[in-house]
Design a binder for this molecule. Structure first.
Ligand SMILES: [Zn+2]
Length: 508
């Protein structure tokens, strides 16, 4: 990455077998490089040193994304050649008539004692089935059994110990890999939480303690770097496992059996849909006559053939998902007249799990603050809850409506407010900060609604909430002084025109 190693080592690093491991190492280096920048910002450093650290962090980031691209290519190359392509007629029929062909295939799979998957994807269960048959009867080591049987919180604790104390060799066991990968992001979020807390200590503590607290921040960043590397390892492990599972059905006796099922399914399809089948054969014959890729077996041509068969254009994108301007506020048209309405927004720092949130209400009030969140969804939940709690306190006996532009936050809060039960949304409400806010909101749940509002479309309240959230994050991270933050806040509020503030429902 620095261009500083000898040519022999550089050549070795290009070896295909290292494409995955290199991404793990760079995930680790990325966290450390950005952490070094942050520590330098928080201690007073000469500008030249800060500039060098930032340049280094950018270089690591770039190297990391290049390594990820190389790994993807390498994996595609490795897995792409494992299975001989089905005949073009079969691929075209399957792509053009997925329902009829799928029905025929499920029939054949069932007749041969194979699992018949879902109506949309008859072959979806095959790899897992073949894998389980191959590994059936394998005795699992006791520590592996323990990792599989413990509850989620205990498992995440094991991941934190793995990163902070001693590497757990059983995590890489095939039987644990899926679970490891699923929870590695949660463990990483807790690492970032610790970094955020350590940063807060540096910023709020007396200058005399700054050096010791910067060391503590360094420790938290080191742990998080290991968590990031382990999370990447878990991903690689699962991808590798899935490739090996798939290989079970693309090679050997199971592959032959599946190929026979496919061929029989095609015959069954031809019987059931003679006209469609005739059409497929004519089109494929005409295509073969002049396709430049015919010597290679036309590996991708079935997409175009299927489009020709069903009369759709594969290059035609889905209809524009953007809603018309008059639809943007359609959701608000049914708001009760007495409701007080606020728009909330949030901003998240990926490195520290710290978030800023802000809101602006129709009654002209605004608010902002900072907290901790494991995802942008959790940050938005914190913003929406804070806004709702403030309105509830100031307005008695009227409905409170909070609008936010995160569909995840709306879905989670909707579910929690309806059921009165936050436990079901445990994964979205990871940190104590969000859970505490939701607990405070629950007693008022019959008076609160959270709705989705399309974000960043120039709506005044939304713009104000967004600007306040970003300001709160910069303020919390010590990137802007208290006096500069106050001036900035004044500017944001001045921009929020008093007439426009009341215009939310006029737009509806
Ligand atoms: Zn072709």
């Amino acid at each position: 990455m620095n261009g500083a190693c000898d040519p022999q080592t550089a050549a070795l690093l290009e070896h295909p077998a290292l494409a995955g491991p290199v991404t793990v190492v760079l995930a680790h280096a990325d966290v450390l490089a950005r952490g070094a920048v942050r520590r330098a910002e928080l201690s007073v450093q000469p500008p030249e040193r800060l500039r060098r650290l930032r340049a280094h962090a950018r270089r690591v980031r770039r190297a990391r994304s290049q390594a990820e691209t190389r790994y993807k290519k390498e994996r595609a190359r490795r897995t792409g050649r494992t299975r001989p392509a089905d005949p073009l007629e079969l691929r075209a029929a399957r792509a053009a008539y997925p329902h009829a062909f799928g029905e025929a295939l499920r029939h054949e799979l069932r007749a041969h004692g194979l699992p018949d998957g879902t109506p949309d994807a008859p072959e979806s269960d095959l790899a897992e089935w073949a894998w389980q048959r191959r590994t059936a009867g394998d005795e699992l080591p006791a520590p592996v059994r323990e990792l599989l049987d413990c509850d989620d919180d205990t498992f995440v604790d094991a991941l934190l110990r793995d990163a902070r104390e001693e590497e757990n060799p059983h995590l890489t066991h095939d039987a644990v890999a899926e679970r490891w990968n699923r929870h590695a992001r949660t463990a990483l979020a807790w690492g970032r939480y610790a970094v955020g807390k350590a940063e807060q200590h540096v910023l709020t503590g007396p200058l005399s303690l700054r050096r010791a607290r910067l060391d503590a921040l360094d420790d938290a960043q080191q742990d998080t770097a290991v968590l990031a590397a382990r999370a990447r390892e878990a991903q690689l492990k699962v991808l590798d496992l899935r490739d090996r599972m798939r290989a079970c059905v693309t090679t050997g006796p199971v592959a032959d059996l599946v190929a026979r099922c496919r061929a029989a399914a095609l015959a069954r399809f031809a019987d059931a849909e003679p006209e469609a089948w005739q059409y497929v054969r004519e089109l494929v014959a005409a295509h073969r006559a002049d396709c430049p890729e015919r010597t290679g077996g036309c590996p991708h041509c079935h997409h175009h053939l299927a489009a020709g068969l069903t009369g759709t254009d594969p290059d035609d994108d889905h209809p524009d998902a953007d809603t018309a301007p008059e639809d943007r506020y359609a959701l608000l048209a049914d708001l009760p007249d007495t409701a007080v309405v606020a728009v909330a927004d949030a901003a998240l720092d990926d490195d520290t799990a710290r978030c800023g949130h802000g809101w602006a209400a129709e009654d002209g009030t605004t608010g902002h603050g900072d907290s901790f969140a494991s995802s942008s969804g959790e940050a938005e939940i914190i913003g929406a809850c804070t806004a709702a709690l403030d309105l509830l306190e100031r307005h008695e006996d009227v409905p409170v409506v909070v609008l936010c532009d995160s569909t995840q936050a709306v879905r989670v809060l909707d579910a929690v407010l309806h059921s009165g039960e936050p436990a079901a949304e445990q994964r979205a409400l990871l940190f104590p900060e969000s859970r505490e806010l939701v607990d405070r909101l629950l007693p008022h749940r019959h008076r609160v609604q959270v709705r989705w509002l399309k974000g960043h479309i120039g709506h005044d309240l939304n713009e104000t909430a967004d600007a306040l959230a970003r300001l709160a994050l910069r303020r919390a991270a010590g990137r802007i002084s208290a006096s500069a933050a106050r001036r900035e806040e004044t500017r944001i509020l001045r921009a929020l025109d008093a007439d426009a503030a009341a215009g939310l429902r006029t737009a509806a």
